[in-house]
Design a protein around this ligand. Structure first.
Ligand code: AMP
Ligand code: GLY
Length: 417
């Protein structure tokens, strides 16, 4: 099978890595890719937001499957453009991707489907904003309605800061604060059948101890030793299947990856957000644990035949990923800094630890930073403590001037064992 992956972050590197290890895949392309993906896939230049260009490239390459990684192309309808030329695509239509593209749309779908989530108001005027802030009180949760790469959400006790963020958005969702640990649960679906993956936990804040601003995600681990073993079944029944059924009922069936960001509150599981694609960095740890070859699973989603697949098989291993971000991330990240130590990790830590590239590019013989999140150092082990240890040993070999990473990824979960 010939597979074309669209995107160029650590999630796409993780997808390409798994696809490159799948014996059903005999040609693997990534567009536009990055310096690390170039080691496992053939890179092609393309504007990932240009559906016609992506469809043309897929046709030229005789791709049997196109996998669209990031949310922006999905919301822009890139999957529709590829489907229109008759090539199977893993990823939802532009309309179905509104589940991620508009928080207000997601809230409406959840209300119709009876899916538990935070109570919320959609506000467009300063008066509505003030009323909503007063109705819920602190801590205030204020979300830009549109796509914001994980950075459109402000959670604060400071009413003035909450109000200022709200007034900076055209349309804003203000909602009840949800207390309790967060879990990311992904499901692969073809619009009818829903196949849950293993849960993971992401670290959204920039600094140790969950301090600092929200980011796209600074690290992740799986499995969750502290979680109720019934969690996946419960979320399947109360969240994932009802959401997929509701979208089908509305005439906008959702196929691809449905990402449920959940809060485990004292009153039960609540949806914090939906995403319409694999999460980054959770994908790095979830795919590290998936034993079933990936290409067939994605192709069956694209073709509407997930019901024919046997259950997914998982490794007993634990996985941890630590994100190395550039100087000044998430504000105005500095780019163009040389990265060292990649060869040392490949020589000394493989196969248990490896580096997935996010924002990187080659400059002559050097690999340099090209984005806010630069690398996702991933490791597996017999338990979280071992995986964590291996991941941080590899992190220590990497050099990137001014870079930052959290030192507490999976630390609490590893101790609770
Ligand atoms: P989102 O983009 O909706 O996932 O929000 C980003 C992060 O903000 C989440 O991962 C949570 O840590 C936090 N957050 C979002 N909504 C809430 C909420 N209702 N209560 C508490 N924290 C929230
Ligand atoms: N890790 C959060 C996200 O992918 O949105």
């Amino acid at each position: 099978m010939k597979v074309l992956v669209i995107g160029g972050g650590a999630r796409e590197h993780a997808l390409c890595r798994s696809l490159s290890l799948d014996s059903d895949v005999n040609a693997l392309y990534c567009a536009p890719g990055n310096a690390g993906i170039a080691e496992v896939a053939e890179l092609r230049p393309v504007d990932p937001l240009d559906g016609e260009a992506v469809a043309r490239l897929a046709t030229e390459l005789h791709a049997d499957l196109v996998v669209v990684g990031p949310e922006a192309p999905l919301v822009a309808g890139v999957a529709d453009a590829v489907r229109a030329v008759g090539i199977p695509v893993f990823g939802p239509s532009g309309e179905a991707a509104q589940l991620e593209g508009s928080k207000a749309f997601a809230k409406d779908v959840m209300a119709s489907a009876g899916v538990p989530t935070a109570r919320s108001y959609v506000c467009t005027t300063p008066e509505e904003v003030d009323e909503a802030l007063d109705a819920f009180g602190a801590p205030y949760v204020v979300k830009d309605d549109g796509l914001a790469a994980g950075k459109g959400v402000v959670v604060t006790d400071d009413r003035a800061a909450a109000r200022a963020h709200a007034l900076g958005c055209d349309r804003v969702v203000i909602e009840e604060f949800l207390d309790g640990p967060e879990v990311s649960l992904f499901a692969i679906t073809d619009g009818v059948t829903v196949l849950p993956l293993q849960p993971a936990q992401d670290f959204k804040r920039a600094l140790d101890g969950d301090a600092g601003p929200n980011t796209g995600g600074m690290g992740a681990y799986s499995p969750l030793p502290w979680a109720d073993p019934k969690l996946v079944d419960e979320v399947m029944a109360s969240v994932l299947q009802p959401t997929v059924d509701e979208l089908r009922r509305r005439g906008t069936p959702f196929s691809g990856l449905l990402y449920a960001g959940l809060a485990i509150t004292s009153r039960g599981v609540r949806v914090i957000e939906f995403n319409a694609r694999f999460g980054d960095p959770e994908t790095q740890v979830v795919l590290a644990r998936l034993r079933t070859p990936l290409a067939g699973v994605l192709l069956n989603s694209a073709n509407g035949t997930l019901d024919t697949l046997p259950p997914l098989s998982w490794r007993e291993d634990a996985a941890v990923t630590v994100v190395i971000a550039s100087h000044n991330y998430p504000e105005t990240p500095r780019t163009g800094d040389p990265i060292t130590g990649l060869a040392e990790v490949a020589e000394q830590d493989a196969p248990y630890a490896y580096v997935l590239h996010a924002g990187t590019r080659t400059e002559g013989d050097a690999v340099v930073s090209a984005g806010g999140r630069v690398l996702s150092v991933t490791a597996t082990g017999s338990d979280l403590a071992e995986a964590r240890d291996r991941a941080y040993k590899a992190v220590a070999r990497i050099g990137l001037d001014g870079s930052q990473y959290r030192t507490d990824i999976a630390a609490k979960a590893a101790e609770s064992r």
